[in-house]
Every structure is written in C-alpha cells, then in structure tokens.
Design a protein. Structure first.
Length: 270
C-alpha cells in the first residue's frame, strides 16, 4: 500500500519527480535528508544546518531559520522547501508558497512523531526503504528506553539566560525527557506561540523549589561549566544537581533522534 505524503499542515503532496530540488530551512531535517540519501537533490540550506559537515560545504546557504533570504531561495528554483512550525516564521512560509510548488510543513512534538516524519519524507522523495530502516532503528531505541524503570524527577531545562528561558510541557524537548521520566517545570502547556512554548523565568520563581535537577543546554545558548558552578552556588539550587546537556541530542528530531535517545538513556543512568 502506498503511503500518502500528508504534511503537518494537512496538505497532501504528490510524489516528487526524480529531478526534485530541495531547500531545507530546518537544521535537523537537513540532516535527515542526507540520511535518506537525497544528497544530489539538496540545493539550499540555512547557516544553522551544520550536519553532516562533510557533505554540506558545497550546499548554498539561504540565511537563517528566521531570517530567510527569499531572493536567494527563489534563485535556486526549488521544487520543495522543508519548513517547521516552531523553527520558521509563518509570514516567511506564506511568501515561499507564492513561488515554491511544494512547501512541506513539519511539526514533530514527541520522539515517536519521527516515525511519521520518516514515512512522509520516504513517500514524498521515493525513499521508503531508507525510511523503514530509520523507523526500525528508532523503535529499537524507544523500546530500550521504555524497558527501564526510571525514577520520576522534576527538572529545569534551561535554553537561554538574560533572560532565563526554559521549555513548556508540550515541546519536543520535554517529550524527549519524559522518556526517562524527567518532567520539566514549570508545569505549563506551551500553546502555539514561541513566547509561551519557551517561557522566560526569574531565579526567584517559587516553582523552582520543586526542581530536583537543572539541565543547562549547549544550544541555542552555549552554557558552560562556569554557569553550572554559578548556579550550584545560588541559594535556590544548593545541593541540587546542575549539569550540562547536549542540546542537539535532546532537541533535534529527524535521524538524530535515534542517536539522541541512546544518548539520553546513557546520560540519565550516570
């Protein structure tokens, strides 16, 4: 049975022709396209698309995930542009629709959603076998994580400082952490806007007293051991575990999720 290529916006896309030209505006999905062996069809990417490094050198940049250079994209004459609801601005996406035949919208909110993502790209770009192999590998990692009894913990996952920012419960990052029974605080849903999905907070917030473990991410803000040491000395966090964590492993969906789950399981066991 042929899999329908329906994206996160509910748009059904016909199978791409052999000469499809793809621009990816989502770093983790650029990596997925290469994992699906679509190297020859990737004609553009953002400056934040950095994996796989050895294969990206000759792929033209089209700006950032937010500051997309539409004139550069237009000149590349893509048949498909890959976007994400969290990563890319809605206005940019609407402008792309005016001259790109297929704008493929993605929005994975949990590691299990990568299965549908693999199936979508596999069906769209005639890479069903490669997509199936990724799905098998992901299911194995999900099963390995579920096979362990993880103690429940409340965690703070910090992604920025000045102002301090964290993640809401319905983000992909929070869903990843729940694989090892870590639950992010504050206990709020994110909704649809960036500000609510990635809320700011003050270090004197009352809910911080419930936090048992503080995770400082390597991206988008690059936290260091100095930040760990400083927070460890803060009155609110004395005696609590403050650690650095690889943000790419926890927040990148696509093919990286397979390695990311294995990383998280190992990290939680330490």
């Amino acid at each position: 049975m042929t899999t329908r290529a329906v994206d996160a916006a509910g748009v059904e896309h016909a199978k791409a022709e052999r000469g499809a030209r793809i621009v990816s505006l989502v770093p983790s999905l650029t990596e997925l396209l290469f994992a699906l062996k679509l190297d020859a069809q990737i004609v553009g990417r953002t400056g934040f698309c950095v994996h796989p490094r050895d294969k990206l050198r000759h792929v033209p940049k089209v700006g950032g995930t937010k500051a997309v250079k539409l004139d550069v994209v237009r000149a590349l004459q893509p048949t498909h542009v890959i976007v994400n609801i969290d990563e890319n601005e809605r206005d940019t996406v609407e402008q792309l629709r005016a001259f790109v035949p297929h704008v493929v919208v993605t929005h994975p909110l949990a590691p299990q959603d990568n299965l549908a993502l693999y199936a979508l790209f596999g069906a769209l770009f005639d890479r069903e076998d490669e997509a199936s192999a990724l799905s098998l590998a992901l299911r194995a990692q999900l099963n390995a994580a579920a096979a362990r009894a993880w103690p429940r913990q409340h965690v703070l996952y910090a992604i920025w400082r000045e102002p301090w920012m964290t993640v809401a419960r319905d983000t992909y990052i929070s869903a990843m952490l729940r694989l090892v029974n870590w639950h992010t605080l504050p206990d709020v849903p994110g909704g649809e806007t960036g500000a609510s999905r990635y809320p700011s907070f003050d270090l004197d917030a009352e809910w911080l007293t419930r936090v048992e473990r503080i995770l400082l991410s390597s991206e988008p803000y690059r936290f260091t051991t100095q930040h760990c040491d400083a927070l460890s000395q803060h009155a609110r966090f004395k005696g609590k575990r403050v650690q650095l964590i690889d943000g790419e492993m926890v927040s990148w969906y696509g093919s990286r999720a397979i390695e990311g789950i294995a990383y998280l399981v190992d990290y939680a066991r330490r």
